[in-house]
Write a protein that binds this ligand. Structure first.
Ligand SMILES: Cc1cc2nc3c(=O)[nH]c(=O)nc-3n(C[C@H](O)[C@H](O)[C@H](O)COP(=O)(O)OP(=O)(O)OC[C@H]3O[C@@H](n4cnc5c(N)ncnc54)[C@H](O)[C@@H]3O)c2cc1C
Length: 300
């Protein structure tokens, strides 16, 4: 099936594409191809394709904006459910209901156009709302958990999880532990004049400072017990080290950038940093970035 439609009455009209390139759909710009990708446009389609892949025993993953994943260079003999067309925003009574593939940029633009605010701190994060909810993304001052009312998931049935049931933690939520697809997220918002929001966005963007050059996934490791992982890596003397085309950024040591390297280079450097920090400081850094596919061995 090439750029086709799944021939199944339950799943009719869901777009699909053979030989989906991870390199073209992740901010690292790395990774091999996947056998097939599906592009649901509604929550029901997302649920149907999830059920179809699960029931048929196929290996599959869900992909949002691809900004916190590292896909293996090897062929992924399974399916990808991409949320890139699962978009839509509705506002009612202090709630913003976003389909999970809606990006942070799209949400902020909608808020500005409708004099709504409260989410300006998310400015500059390249993410889908579903990926952000799963990872409990944000900035040190505030994480998305503070603004989530509920999350709709499909795990065999479509259910709404209250904020409490999401059990948000350090770059973590219960959705990371269960086999599910997030189909939509309800966020709290308030009335804010456009000019006030614009000013906040400008300030949040400038506070992000100089971003490392080279393709990357943002922070690779979670902060450790409230200590900056970047500072720990820098103190271990690992800033600027390289394996192949992968480099620990000289600007921010928690960024590993890809300068025309391979996924194996990046993976090898992540594992090298992890081991070295443990040897030198006795600290077990936990990675934030999600691996897709097989990474058997590493150099370094
Ligand atoms: C330049 C740059 C700057 C960044 N700055 C920040 C920052 O300031 N703060 C921050 O928190 N993060 C930051 N990040 C990291 C990234 O944007 C976040 O981790 C974001 O939450 C990832 O969302 P995504 O849609 O790209 O998810 P993906 O990378 O596509 O996926 C991440 C994980 O979520 C799962 N997933 C995605 N969507 C769904 C869904 N609908 N249902 C179920 N599972 C899903 C995937 O299977 C995967 O396990 C940055 C990244 C880059 C490249």
């Amino acid at each position: 099936m090439k750029n086709g439609i799944i021939q199944n009455s339950l799943l009719n009209n869901i777009e699909s594409s053979d030989n989906f390139s991870f390199a073209d759909h992740t901010t690292y710009g790395l990774g091999g191809k996947a056998k097939i990708a599906y592009f649901p446009k509604t929550e029901e389609e997302a649920a149907a394709v999830f059920k179809y892949l699960k029931d048929s025993g196929q290996m599959f993953i869900v992909l949002g904006n691809g900004s916190n994943v590292l896909a293996s260079d090897n062929f992924f003999d399974g399916g990808v459910i991409s949320t890139k067309y699962l978009k839509g925003i509705t506002a009612y009574g202090g709630i913003l209901r976003c389909l999970s593939g809606t990006t942070v940029n799209e949400v902020l633009r909608f808020c500005l156009e409708n004099n709504l605010g409260g989410l300006e701190y998310l400015s500059g994060i390249p993410a889908s709302i579903g990926g952000l909810a799963l990872m409990n993304g944000g900035i040190p001052l505030r994480h998305i958990e503070s603004d989530i009312k509920s999350v709709r998931i499909y795990d065999g049935k479509l259910i709404d999880l209250s904020n409490k049931k999401c059990k948000f933690g350090n770059k973590h939520s219960t959705m990371r532990d269960i086999d599910c697809i997030i189909t939509s997220v309800n966020l709290s918002i308030s009335a804010v004049p456009r000019e006030a929001s614009e000013l906040k966005i400008k300030n949040f963007l400038s506070a992000r400072g100089i971003q490392p050059k080279g393709k990357n996934c943002g922070c690779v490791f979670k902060n450790y017990n409230g200590f900056s992982a970047g500072k720990i890596i820098e103190d271990a003397g690992l800033k600027g080290i390289k394996i192949g085309g992968a480099e620990v950024s000289g600007i921010h040591a928690n960024f590993i950038v890809n300068n025309e390297g391979t996924a194996k280079d990046v993976y090898s450097l992540i594992e090298y940093v992890k081991n070295k920090v443990y040897d030198l400081k006795g600290i077990k850094l936990e990675q934030e970035v999600v691996y897709i596919g097989e990474f058997n061995d590493f150099d370094g």
